[in-house]
Design a protein around this ligand. Structure first.
Ligand code: AMP
Length: 170
């Protein structure tokens, strides 16, 4: 199976100049979705992760089933105003626009091994914010896992100290 067959490139979405990688055909196909989640979970397992953290919103779609396969907890990192209890927050720049991400303060125990999962690594801003939140909580980020990495944007270069897995490179 070639995961690339399940990704549709959408030019100029959501703004001119962005080549948007649509993963909905992949997650809409039972076999492709199962295989992709299995490969990301194997990476998390090899690192001994006991928690999966996924950023809003496609990180939930990919991260939650990875957590189930690992029998690990899933922790949502969300946009401002969505989490009901006390949060830590971090501001960052996106490939398009700006964002703030939040995580419940008590979501991660000190020393807990965390794999962060998202659909796509672009500039790495989302990952940097998520790493900061996990580490501020006392968690240990053991790896970063993605369906897609946009290699030319150099996101990987921001994280030389973390193992990174991507199922597809563009
Ligand atoms: P970044 O913070 O720049 O690494 O951007 C990563 C986040 O933005 C991911 O959560 C993606 O869902 C989304 N994203 C950024 N660029 C794209 C793209 N070209 N196609 C699809 N999603 C993207």
């Amino acid at each position: 199976m070639n995961f690339e067959d399940y990704i549709i490139n959408v030019p100029d979405f959501p703004i001119p100049g962005i080549q948007f990688k649509d993963i909905t055909p992949l997650i809409g196909d039972g076999k492709a979705f199962h295989k992709a989640i299995g490969e990301l979970a194997a990476f998390g397992k090899s690192l001994g992760a006991t928690k999966v953290v996924g950023p809003d919103a496609r990180g939930f779609i990919i991260g939650a089933p990875v957590a189930v396969l690992l029998e690990a907890g899933f922790i949502p990192v969300r946009k401002t105003g969505k989490l009901p209890r006390e949060v830590m927050s971090y501001d960052y720049e996106l490939e398009y626009g700006k964002n703030t991400l939040c995580m419940h303060k008590d979501a991660i125990k000190k020393g807990e091994k965390v794999v962060i999962v998202d659909d796509l690594l672009a500039t790495g801003g989302t990952m940097e914010a998520t790493i900061k939140l996990v580490e501020q909580a006392g968690g240990v980020v053991v790896g970063l896992a993605f369906v897609i990495e946009l290699v030319d944007l150099g996101g990987r270069d921001r994280f030389p100290n973390y193992p990174i897995k991507a199922l597809l490179n563009y």
